[in-house]
Design a protein around this ligand. Structure first.
Ligand SMILES: [Zn+2]
Length: 102
């Protein structure tokens, strides 16, 4: 999985939701996904603009709980691999063959 991939959560309390990957943490097998898995964080007053209080922020979730969505099939899909004529390795939708790397 890569940054900007569109993914759907397939397990846990956020099951069925989808969003784009904001950041991947390969060592931890986790990814931060837009608008998924919000947690409340207490912040302290200080800094330049920030006030103290509670903010909601996305927390990374385990990549085994998400699947890449093919924008053409509009479904979570299995990712295949393909080598283009110019030697580039790309990821494709195993179902319809759509390129996932544009
Ligand atoms: Zn597809």
């Amino acid at each position: 999985m890569k940054k900007n991939d569109l993914v759907m959560v397939i397990a846990g309390r956020e099951k069925g939701k989808s969003g784009r990957i904001l950041k991947v943490f390969p060592q931890k097998n986790r990814a931060l996904i837009e608008k998924i898995n919000f947690i409340k964080r207490h912040t302290r007053p200080g800094g330049q603009t920030r006030q103290g209080g509670i903010v909601e922020k996305e927390a990374p979730i385990h990549v085994s709980n998400v699947m890449v969505i093919c924008e053409k099939c509009n479904l979570p899909i299995r990712v295949g691999k393909k080598i283009l004529d110019d030697g580039r390795k790309v990821r494709i939708c195993k179902k319809c063959g759509e390129l996932l790397d544009k």
